[in-house]
Design a binder for this molecule. Structure first.
Ligand code: ADP
Ligand code: MG
Length: 250
């Protein structure tokens, strides 16, 4: 589903990604952990070409992200092509970014109607089904301001799912939530994983990584320091840097 090879990214003189190699298989849940500033968000953003990588390559479902290969040379895609490619990838951020002037169901319907040209009635019906799936059937007509942070984040997940993505990227989806609201969002993500969704999840929730993750990747300073089955990495980290990080978060 995702293949990263030697992915590099710098901002000015700051080298943020120093050659990331990793693969995510179909149906895999990969948890990406590491200290603040290690490049996790930048890497996620490269996967859907919100950031343009400076070296290496990234493929999603076998296709280069953001670039086309012609006669052995790479050319950056036009924004329209990038947008089309991005439809396959759902992204959920720390901040929910719902449209404040739209109800929950309108938020979920918006992209299918505007981007895919789906009829409003069909999109509404699917949106209600998705809100049911995240446990919010009764909140369809409610505006974001009237929802808790956990409910807003579940609407954001339903909204991402409305485009029927093949891959879901989560960037610290529970970090902005009050502690008592974290569980309801993780439960939705767990159900999604059990349904077979391929997911890359940046998180500090090590319980989730242990129980739901198929793989855990520890990043620090723009490199993958170590990776493996979550239980193994968490119980028996091999590198000093992983040990130091885990001793702080566990
Ligand atoms: P993480 O998500 O692991 O906390 P980030 O990928 O957000 O790390 O950031 C990695 C480094 O890149 C940080 O030092 C951050 O300040 C820097 N950075 C991120 N985005 C930009 C940007 N658009 N311009 C300049 N520096 C950036
Ligand atoms: Mg980040």
């Amino acid at each position: 589903m995702v293949e990263a090879k030697g992915v590099r990214k710098h901002f000015g003189h700051l080298e943020v990604l120093k050659g990331i190699d990793l693969t995510v298989s179909n149906g895999e849940v990969m948890c990406l952990v590491g200290p603040s500033g290690s490049g996790k968000s930048t890497f996620l953003r490269c996967i859907n070409h919100l950031e343009r990588l400076d070296g290496g390559y990234l493929r999603v479902r076998g296709k280069l992200v953001g670039f086309e290969e012609k006669h052995g040379k790479l050319y950056e895609m036009r924004e329209r092509q990038v947008a089309a490619q991005r439809q396959d990838i759902g992204m959920v951020f720390q901040r929910f970014n719902l449209f404040p002037h739209m109800t929950a169901v309108q938020n979920v319907m918006e992209a299918p109607v505007q981007v895919r040209g789906e009829s409003r009635s069909a999109a509404r019906e699917r949106a209600i089904g998705l809100l049911e799936r995240v446990g919010l059937a009764d909140k369809a007509a409610v505006y974001p301001a009237m929802l808790s942070g956990g409910q807003q984040q579940r609407v954001a997940i339903a909204r991402a799912l409305a485009m029927e993505p093949a891959l879901m990227l989560f960037d610290e989806p529970t970090s902005a939530l009050d502690p008592e609201l974290v569980g309801e969002v993780l439960d939705v993500m767990r159900a999604l994983a059990q349904g077979g969704m391929t997911m890359v999840v940046v998180t500090h929730e090590m319980g989730f990584a242990r129980e739901v993750g198929d793989s855990l990747v520890f990043m620090d300073g723009g490199v993958v320091v170590e990776s493996g089955p979550p239980r193994e990495v968490l119980a028996n980290p091999q590198h000093v840097r992983t040990q130091a990080f885990l001793s702080k978060v566990l």
